[in-house]
Every structure is written in C-alpha cells, then in structure tokens.
Design a protein around this ligand. Structure first.
Ligand code: NAD
Length: 356
C-alpha cells in the first residue's frame, strides 16, 4: 500500500519525537512492503515565526489532501503572549474543525512493566488499567456561543453548551464500535441530574445501546466517574463523553499510568482521515536535550495504522516492539528507576525500530 502522511512536527520536543515515529513507520513500511511518503507542514510557534500565522492555508490544504496526519506538539513560552487570534493552539482547533475530527480516542494503558510508576497503590492498579476514553471533540461548550456583558458596573460571562442528536449519535457509534472490538463494556458519562444537554445525551445513548445488545452499557455521572477512576480504574473498558468532561477525565486517567510521555491519541473523522498525536505538550523544559520519551508518538502511529490504514498486523508489531523494549529494561528519563538502562529519545526510537 502507498500512503501519504502530513507531518506536523511543531515546537519544543515535537521534532525529536516525530523523527523517531517516522523511523518506526519507515521500518514497518520496509518489513510489510508499504510505501509511506511524508509532506511536512509547519504548525504552531514555528509557523508563527515564519508566516505570522500558526498554520497557513497551504499547510491546511496539504493536511486535507493527505491520507493521515501525524502531529508532534505546539506552543512554548516564546509564543505565550502573541495575539490570541494567532496562538499556536488555534492551529489545532482549526485542523480539527477543517478535517471534521469529531472523535478523540485516548487509550489509557498501564504497562505492567511500569506499574510502580503509577501514583495509585499496587492493590488498586494490580490488575492493570486498560481503558479507552472516547471524547466528543467538535461540539459542546468549547464551541458554543460565549459573551461577557456588563450591567451596573458588574461583568457577567456566559458560555453555552449545545448538543444535537446527530452529534451525540455519531460519537456514540464510534464508542460502541470501539467497545465491540475491546472488552464489550461501555460507560456513558454525563451530568443528566442537572443538564438538559446531558439528558438528551443519555436518551440518544440508550437508543443506540439497543443496537449493541452484546455490549454491557451503563450511565455514570461525571463527578462519580472522577472518583471511580482513582478508586477502581480496572472497572472501565470504554468511556464515552462530551467534549469538556472528556478533556478533564482523559487527563486524570492519563496520570494513572505514571507518565504522560507514554500516551497516544487519535482524532477521527467520519472517513478514514485522522490526526494522531501524543497527549502531552511541547515540553519546552526538555526540548533539544534528547531525553524526551518518544513512545506516546510511536504508539500514535500504531493507532494510525490501525484506524486510518486498516493495518492491524503492522500496528500490533509496533506495540509488541514497544513492549519488548520495556521488557528489555530500556527507559527514558521520565520512566527510569535505577535498576534500568537509561536511554535518550533517539536511542529509544532506534531500539524499538530494531525490535520490529
Ligand atoms: P507538557 O505536556 O508539554 O509538559 C508537562 C511535563 O511533562 C513537563 O515537565 C515535560 O517535560 C513533561 N513531558 C511532556 N512530554 C514528555 C515526553 N514525551 N517525555 C518526557 N517528559 C515529557 O505540558 P506544559 O508544560 O503544560 O505545556 C508546554 C507547552 O505545550 C505549552 O505551550 C502548552 O500550551 C503546549 N501544549 C500543547 C499541546 C499540543 O500540542 N497538543 C498539548 C498540551 C500543551
């Protein structure tokens, strides 16, 4: 197969970690007889410096025309005070919107080799954590109308949260399909005891659940979910939720695994085009030092192969190579303990590629 990938390395550690993911992709391509080609696009601060905008129209067109998008990370202190209309994250929202990326999938897995890196006690994570958060990405309060008004000298700010049935149904379908391929269990998170948008969410999910009788369905309130994630994370398989709840819960869940550097994500459209990126930011504190953990980005390309290119065996091969590198005791600084072999970003990429 031939696939063209738009590569958006971004800022900070973005270029370092993406280079290792490309090394792994090229190695997979050679092993399985695929040809991956790359179109490089500036995004975030580096694009602001060159073009005055966080992504150019040409860059966006390249993303749209590609088979898939690989992103490092954007931002850094240098661009913290630029005009809000051209902030680095604006480019991320624009790409999500232009490409119709409405579903964000974050697998949260505690690698058994890293069990002692979790902030939770052994008796809680002993059985492992392996859950998938499916977050709605293009609706809800982040995209609703907002305004600040002044009356009698006092300011009042309003943000609207809106969901329509088709938006809920399409994210629900992604989640049920994901549950079907995993542990066949789904928890739909809402705040239906208070919010109208959540009551509609729940009604649509209930209707959808009738189409998937073999998937065990439950409703759970968002506040209870936040508690259950630290009390008994092993109870969850797939969690589906709206944009803001998902933003918060997915960060909470990722911390249970000990290192933000390990976690991949996928943002999917209704077609096969998707954007794949590690969940962390540009880590300016360690940029250019060759100590960043590239595994989150490498696991993101495994998701790309699985979700956009239907290359299951190839995706498994990457995940197995990551496991082997960890089994063999290789650790980047963020997950290192003194009985292990400390390696840099490049060396970790090379080890995983050679294990393929
Ligand atoms: P961050 O995720 O960049 O870093 C948080 C901490 O985790 C830092 O100590 C960092 O060194 C460490 N870390 C992150 N990734 C790592 C990796 N792969 N290996 C080892 N350690 C790693 O979050 P932050 O410091 O809050 O944000 C830095 C910049 O990134 C900001 O400008 C922020 O806006 C931006 N950001 C971008 C994205 C994105 O591009 N999707 C997401 C979040 C934050």
């Amino acid at each position: 197969m031939k696939k063209n990938i738009a590569v958006l390395k971004g800022d900070g550690i973005g270029p370092e970690i993406v280079d290792q993911a490309i090394l792994v992709l090229d190695t997979v391509g050679k092993k399985f007889g695929h040809e991956f080609t790359y179109s490089y696009v500036d995004i975030g601060g580096c694009s602001i410096d060159k073009y005055g905008v966080p992504i150019t129209d040409e860059g966006m067109a390249i993303c749209k025309a590609s088979d898939s998008v690989l992103l490092g990370a954007v931002g850094g202190p240098k661009w913290d005070n630029v005009d809000p209309s051209i902030r680095p994250e604006k480019a991320l929202l624009a790409v999500r919107k232009e490409l119709g990326l409405f579903a964000n999938l974050r697998p949260t897995k505690l690698f058994p080799q890293l069990a002692d890196a979790s902030p939770l006690k052994e008796n809680i994570v002993g059985n492992g954590i392996d859950l998938m958060i499916v977050r709605e990405l293009t609706g809800g309060i982040y995209f609703g109308a907002r305004r600040t008004t002044i009356e009698n000298g006092e300011k009042t700010a309003t943000d609207e949260m809106t969901y329509s049935e088709h938006e809920i149904e399409r994210i629900g379908r992604v989640a049920f399909e994901s549950a079907r391929k995993r542990g066949k269990k789904i928890a739909s998170v809402d705040k239906a005891n208070v919010l109208d948008s959540s009551r509609l969410w729940r009604a649509v999910m209930h209707k959808l659940s009738e189409e998937y009788p073999y998937v065990e369905y439950s409703d759970i309130l968002v506040d209870n979910t936040a508690m259950q994630l630290v009390k008994n994370p092993g109870q969850f398989d797939v969690i589906v939720t709206e944009n803001m709840f998902g933003d918060i819960l997915s960060d909470e869940a990722s911390m249970l695994t000990g290192s933000i550097g390990m976690m991949p994500s996928a943002s999917l459209s209704s077609g096969t085009l998707g954007m794949y990126e590690p969940i962390h930011g540009s880590a300016p504190d360690i940029a250019g030092m060759d100590i960043a953990n590239p595994i989150g980005t490498i696991m993101s390309v495994a998701m790309m192969l699985r979700f956009s290119f239907d290359m299951m065996e190839e995706a498994d091969a990457i995940e197995n190579a990551v496991n082997k590198a960890l089994d063999d005791g290789y650790r980047t600084a963020d997950i290192w303990k003194d009985r292990f072999k400390k390696v840099g970003c490049k060396e970790m990429g090379a080890i995983i590629a050679s294990d393929l």
